[in-house]
Design a protein around this ligand. Structure first.
Ligand code: XIL
Length: 370
């Protein structure tokens, strides 16, 4: 099937504009696709059947990290989110600094907005993130107290946040990025103040606050560093074997169009061998990893990116059904990707372009689960 997709996509790329190519492929494929249903063709419109949305076509939860300001103010963005995704993660609104800006002050407004939006539109919410070394408010960085006071701060934060959303946020990234690329524990403020068992205790505190929530350890680098991958798997297995309530492993997967399939496969299959649920939690596929300031998004790059999305989604879809927690892209479109701001370079890492139109990788994601 993929050989056919690929042949067809390549043929049209040479003669048509890139934006038309994905549509042409989808139209061709979906004439024989029993899954695709299109009310337009049923109602007599001559347009052939085509893919409806990620939400309708993907056999597992497919989500995006969303920006609350855009959700409130940009109608195209909001409508696209409503149409396409079955799961939402707050890009920033549930981080420590956003929720808990002063010791006795919680700011729930954006997180509440997201949870209500998700409930109104029948979407799952994945919580990101309780304990991270970034996005910490100055009151935490400057906090003076003995180890007991630090433990209280840590426990209070986790339990206040998890309790607030009990039953409405189904899962949490309890600890994010606790490891360095060389496999050692990151020398974060949490490690310094609480010692290495802070990770296990974070899960225990979260579990006490919502015994039904699915709890994840989330990190990056599984696909580019076998050392880090082994350290993550070791950490997660250690928690599991010690009886710590951990239910899933989050692979951020901020990856690039030229990452090898072997590395991507190792990342996904090694994670699944823990027996835990697997969440590809922050997927994006950069096409400008070398920071070329004058790069343009060519048809070739679009095709290579689509091939990589295809491989990742196909590999994920082959996991046992009860381990497929879902795939979440980090942001929605090339207009709102964090990469351009964070790395200060042009890039086009997401399934929707700057005008919220579907790119070639959109169709590749759908094709990967056929
Ligand atoms: C990023 C957001 O996208 C940015 O808006 C923010 O300025 C910094 O954080 N890994 C994570 C995410 O776990 O929380 C990060 O999100 C991206 C990398």
């Amino acid at each position: 099937m993929r050989a056919l997709n690929r042949f067809n996509r390549k043929a049209v790329f040479h003669s048509l504009k890139v934006s038309l190519a994905a549509t042409a492929v989808s139209l061709f494929l979906c004439t024989s696709c029993s899954k695709a249903k299109n009310s337009k063709s049923i109602s007599g419109d001559s347009e052939p059947a085509k893919v409806e949305s990620f939400q309708k076509n993907m056999p597992f939860a497919f989500g995006a990290a969303v920006n609350i300001n855009l959700l409130k103010s940009n109608t195209s963005y909001r409508e696209l989110v409503i149409k396409e995704y079955s799961s939402l993660t707050a890009e920033n609104a549930m981080k420590f600094g956003a929720l808990h800006p002063a010791e006795k002050t919680y700011n729930w407004s954006d997180a509440d907005y997201l949870v209500q939006f998700a409930s109104d539109n029948n979407k799952r919410v994945h919580g990101h993130t309780l304990i991270w070394y970034k996005s910490l408010p100055t009151w935490v960085m400057d906090f003076q107290g003995d180890s007991e006071a630090w433990e209280q701060l840590f426990k209070n934060h986790i339990q206040a946040v998890v309790s607030r959303f009990r039953g409405r946020v189904v899962s949490w990234d309890v600890v994010n990025e606790a490891l360095e690329d060389n496999g050692t524990l990151r020398n974060s403020i949490w490690l310094q103040k609480l010692g290495p068992n802070y990770i296990a205790r974070a899960f225990q505190y979260a579990h006490e606050a919502d015994p039904n929530a699915l709890l994840f350890y989330n990190d990056y680098g599984h696909e580019y560093s076998s050392v880090k991958r082994a350290a993550i798997i070791n950490l997660v297995n250690g928690l599991k074997n010690a009886g710590v309530p951990i239910h899933g492993i989050g692979l951020q997967m901020h990856t690039r169009y030229n990452q090898t399939d072997a590395n991507l496969n190792a990342a996904i299959t090694d994670a699944s061998q823990t027996g835990l649920k697997v969440h590809i939690s922050e997927l994006d596929i950069a096409v400008n990893p070398d920071n070329n300031p004058s790069l343009t998004f060519s048809a070739l790059l679009e095709e290579q990116q689509a091939e990589k999305y295809f491989f990742i989604v196909k590999t994920f879809n082959a996991l046992p059904a009860n381990q497929k927690f879902g795939i979440t892209t980090w942001n929605v479109s090339d207009a709102d990707t964090w990469i351009t701001g964070h790395y200060k370079r042009p890039d086009w890492p997401l399934p929707f372009d700057k005008n919220y139109k579907r790119k070639a990788c959109y169709q590749a994601i759908i094709d990967a689960v056929k």
